[in-house]
Ligand binder design. Sequence first.
Ligand code: GLC
Length: 523
Amino acid sequence: MGEDALPWWQDAVFYQIYVRSFADSDGDGVGDLEGIRSRLGYLELLGVDALWLTPFFRSPMADHGYDVADPRDVDPLFGDLAAFDALVADAHGHGLKVTIDLVPNHTSDQHLWFQQALRSAPGSRERARYYFRDGKGPDGSVPPNNWTSVFGGPAWTRVPDGQWYLHLFAPQQPDLNWDDSEVRADLVQTLRFWLDRGVDGFRIDVAHGMAKPADLPDMDPGAMAIMAGTQSHEVVDPRFDNDGVHDIHRLIRKVLDGYPGTMAVGEIWVDRDDRFSYYVRPDELHLGFNFKLVEADFDADSVRRAIDRSLTAVKATGAAPTWTLSNHDVVRHVTRYGGGDIGTRRARAMALVELALPGVTYIYNGEELGLPNVDLPDWALQDPVWERSGHTERGRDGCRVPLPWEGEIPSFGFSRAGAAWLPMPPHWASLTVEAQLEDPDSMLSLYRHALEIRKTSAAFGGDDLEWYGAPPGCFAFRRKGGGLICALNTSAAPVPLPPGEILLASGPMEGNQLPPETSVWLV
Ligand code: GLC
């Protein structure tokens, strides 16, 4: 099979659009589908292959769209179905694939099914689509088990007739019961609805959720994690990664197989590599997000371990590995790496490491501009995590601040009206697309250059790599097929470069030395 015969996603660069924050066309301060359509030229210029749009479905927005009231319609905040169709057509015209979020673990509490369940009696058909249970204790006032919500607080909320319902996330996101045949049939209908409109694939939200153990056993409170159902060898978390989930992924795969050229990637917060690999078996999801690079420090050993584990986890299944440095749920990596000039320098170095790796890369909107996380004032915080944690966790708004496009003052061209849904720092004037586009030393230029080389150079061939010996705090690997060499220096001193001709460096070079916090591509 020649390179051309590989499915398009095997080495694609995806660009994640957090729809609220990308571009606002109608001046309400919130990004929308028309806004995305108006910026497709930028995405083509950047050089990405595919888009992932976060949820734009009908929603009361308790979790900014991850609480879906109707999965087969567009929320008026973001546009309508005609705007979606126009976006898909134009994106395809720009050579961009379009993938969208699918949120199968839960619905909104405003979903028709949940409203019917609330109006129906305990034990009714309507309640069986969710997890309604009686409480414990003489008056049933103790929740059915000790599960906590990922957003903080108990995972159960009591309804007026005394029963409790399960929500692994906010109370406005009741968990669906995946043993119910109607729940499954509805998912198939949703998949087909969007596939028939021309989407190229799906990102499956909480793909390690959905299935629950029949007896809903108590969890070990030590398993608590903010964004993760982190399964380590030591702590088994009964809320996540139950074996029953794989049947659901097989169901999804079966539908996609009827639409050649389409794919699904799962959000899989599962730490154990063996258990992670089950999700990407040949009859399940095409790809799995792993968050090993997100969790790794800027340290050569830590990054190398993350790379090795990611490669090992998919090797047995034949799936391509995926790489992510940031997304809408985690602190932006410029800030994770120390912020300021240091954070930016390290982010540049890691961008080249990530884009040198075999497999699939996901870029989170704004990382190509080097955006840092924003310290927002209390009054601006909107993430349910802030309220649910009793104001102890600030939540994820800091990585969701809208993108700066042009001009000198907020909202920097994001919104025609001026104010964006989250305040944008005035000093982002130097980070706008406009400010970076012609500057050869900007983060944007680095990404554009890297993506162009990645697309056109034969050095990126092959799906395996080998490690070289390297000084402490450094690593170097070589793509076995094409021969690209990538070296990273996370130590405090310059080190000798591996032999080869430099294709691209993340920062200024010092003769034959690789400076600290710098990476380089060589052939
Ligand atoms: C996923 C999403 C996150 C959302 C949660 C609940 O983890 O990435 O943003 O809050 O699911 O749907």
